[in-house]
Design a protein around this ligand. Structure first.
Ligand code: IPE
Ligand code: IPE
Ligand code: MG
Length: 240
């Protein structure tokens, strides 16, 4: 039986988040430049999005570029931005065909102008879709997001719109970029690294974590289904 067949369709995680890691190592192992790893990673993005949509996942968040990733060599950053824009443009018709809505989280103001414009167009073109929500974390880091939320909340207190006694966990959630998105049920990280790397620190409070040694460019539908099946074998207690 395949993992896809083993999955209980009645108990799917509503939201899966993925730290897509290992592109550079995948390329290095094959004697290629790092960017070849990123190019092959696009195939995995397509496969994973399709796999999630096929089985009926509601939200899929992909960590595509962190605020720390701006610190990589200029050639790699430029190549990643170009790849991103190209992919978004090329994939928009497929997203529409599959009823997928694109959303983004992160500091998009830091994106090059051309990239930001094309991203905005894809967001607009897919806004009416009602199937899977594909959330791209772009120029994202959790500490950046939380810092922003604190600033906004302080402004509201300063303007007399909010009483400090009324600040709850819910108020904080509503000031994060993920305000319209439920917390992830399952987090997957590829490439064998066992860390969170500044991703969704607040939202992952009760998320189930799944780590695999597979490098992102090798990740395929069945790898996603295996992670979902593994998730379904766990007992979530939420401290109760
Ligand atoms: C993940 O792969 C993609 C991004 C962070 C943009 P890496 O580029 O981090 O690849 P490794 O971890 O160096 O192998
Ligand atoms: C995390 O991977 C960021 C993304 C996958 C976009 P990194 O490769 O940047 O993280 P570290 O440096 O291994 O922690
Ligand atoms: Mg990495």
């Amino acid at each position: 039986m395949t993992y896809k067949e083993k999955i209980d369709k009645a108990r799917l995680p509503q939201h899966i988040a993925i730290i897509m890691d290992g592109n550079g190592r995948w390329a290095k192992e094959r004697g290629f430049d790092r960017i070849v790893g990123h190019q092959n990673g696009v195939v995995s993005v397509r496969e994973t999005t399709e796999a999630a949509a096929e089985i009926g996942i509601k939200y899929l968040t992909l960590y595509a570029f962190s605020t720390e990733n701006w610190g990589r060599k200029k050639e790699e950053v430029d190549a990643l931005m170009e790849l991103l824009v190209d992919t978004i443009e090329k994939e928009t018709p497929t997203l529409n065909k599959n009823n997928v809505r694109l959303l983004t989280i992160g500091d998009l103001k830091r994106l090059p102008e051309g990239a930001a414009k094309k991203m905005a167009k894809c967001l607009d073109d897919t806004a009416g879709n009602t199937g899977l929500s594909l959330v791209l974390a772009l120029s994202y880091s959790s500490r950046w997001e939380i810092t922003n939320a604190v600033k906004e909340i302080c402004e509201e207190v300063k303007d007399g719109k909010l009483n400090p006694d009324d600040i709850t966990a819910d108020v904080i959630s509503r000031h994060l970029d993920t305000k319209s998105i439920p917390d992830p049920d399952l987090l997957i990280r590829t490439s064998g690294e066992l860390r969170i790397s500044n991703f969704l620190l607040w939202q992952l409070a009760y998320t189930e974590l799944y780590f695999t040694d597979v490098n992102w460019p090798d990740f395929r539908k069945e790898n996603l289904y295996e992670a979902i099946y593994n998730f379904q074998q766990r007992e979530r207690r939420f401290g109760k």
